[in-house]
Design a protein around this ligand. Structure first.
Ligand code: PEP
Ligand code: MN
Length: 353
């Protein structure tokens, strides 16, 4: 739409799109509103829109994605959760245990997370385990503990949904829906999350290409939920020293295609506590919008992912280091644009302070 287009002009275009049986996605930006169209099986004649009031141009999108792209929205998406942001000026920290195990453990970790200045507490209530005999999470009982933590520490709750009905409970008690690596292409789950009002943290599948991952995000957005956070958590390669190979090149590679925020999970990305801090530093240095870190008060007793859990003191040290790196690099891109395939970075030095 033209910068001068009124809200009424935008509504009129949305109505025409819906009236011909397609889906309209309005994306307000700093200078103009873009309207994405989905639901068409093939090309549609865009000329019918050109004469509507306020329309600047009709752009045919020939890429496989329509909504995640910078073509639709040149400014970065900032996901807002109860006053905290992901993708904005601040480095978002999502930390907590792999799984909620009991009240004492969850509270001890939440205290460390709060003290670090992080705004998001993660913890699995349902766990997707390779073995059916391994700890599967506390299930609904875990929510009682989660609710107390949310209340006591004022942290936003991030939890993984394994199936569509889990989303109902996260909507009731939590703040961010996590979709795990194993479910990145669980399309009914993606669609359900896409119909939620809560932001969705979408982890990369362990063998997913960038395109597959971005198309999974597209599934969520196509349902109308534009608050998607991408999380690089490593892919499987022939390397045997880490559990997965953390693909840090994904961060700038996504940045040149998509407006969505990208965070890095060096815990699942490496599988070993000694690798977490070095890779967290690197993740921030390549421009991640945030980190997801697993923390446990007694890693040696953890019921899942103990080998990669940091102790609270190690976690506190990590946070101090990555904040310093963030300040030193200050390449957190409020003003990145891709023109003709080359990236122009406006360094808005230390603006987040
Ligand atoms: C997790 O975050 O605890 C988890 C299971 O991660 P992933 O889906 O990346 O394996
Ligand atoms: Mn885990």
């Amino acid at each position: 739409m033209k910068p001068s287009a009124t809200a009424r002009d935008v509504d009129a275009v949305l109505n025409v799109i819906e009236a011909i049986g397609l889906r309209a996605h309005a994306m307000p930006g700093a200078t103009r509103t873009a309207i994405g169209i989905t639901g068409n099986q093939g090309p549609i004649d865009g000329r019918r829109f050109e004469s509507l009031a306020g329309v600047a141009e009709v752009i045919r999108v020939t890429k496989p994605y329509k909504l995640i792209t910078l073509d639709l929205r040149p400014e970065k998406t900032v996901v807002r959760v109860n006053g905290a942001t992901i993708g904005g000026g601040e480095l978002a920290i999502i930390a907590g245990p792999c799984a909620i195990e009991n009240r004492e453990q969850a509270f001890a970790v939440a205290e460390a997370v709060q003290q670090s200045g992080a705004r998001f507490f993660r913890g699995g209530v349902w766990k997707p385990r390779s073995s059916p005999y391994a700890f599967q999470g506390l299930g609904e009982d875990g929510w009682e503990i989660m609710c107390e933590i949310r209340e006591a520490f004022g942290l936003n709750i991030v939890t993984e949904a394994l199936e569509p009905p889990h989303v109902d409970l996260i909507e009731k008690y939590g703040d961010v829906i996590q979709i795990g690596a194993r479910n990145m292409q669980n399309f009914s789950l993606l669609r359900r999350a896409g119909r939620s009002k809560l932001p969705v943290l979408l982890k990369r599948g362990m063998a997913a290409t960038l395109e597959e991952w971005l198309l999974a995000a597209e599934y969520i957005m196509a349902e109308g939920n534009y608050n998607v956070i991408l999380c690089e958590r490593g892919v499987r390669t022939f390397a045997q020293h880490p559990r997965n190979t953390l693909d840090l090149a994904a961060v700038p590679a996504i940045r040149r295609i998509s407006h969505l925020p990208v965070i890095v999970d060096p815990s699942h990305g490496t599988g070993s506590a000694y690798l977490v801090t070095p890779l967290a530093r690197a993740g921030v240095a390549v421009g991640a919008d945030g980190l997801m870190i697993e923390v446990h008060n007694k890693p040696e007793l953890a019921l899942s992912d103990g080998a990669q859990a940091l102790r609270p003191s190690q976690y506190a040290q990590l946070i101090a280091e990555v904040r310093a790196i963030r300040d030193a690099t200050a390449l957190h891109a409020s003003g990145r644009q891709v023109e003709n395939g080359s990236e122009h970075i406006q360094v808005d030095a230390l603006a987040h302070r």
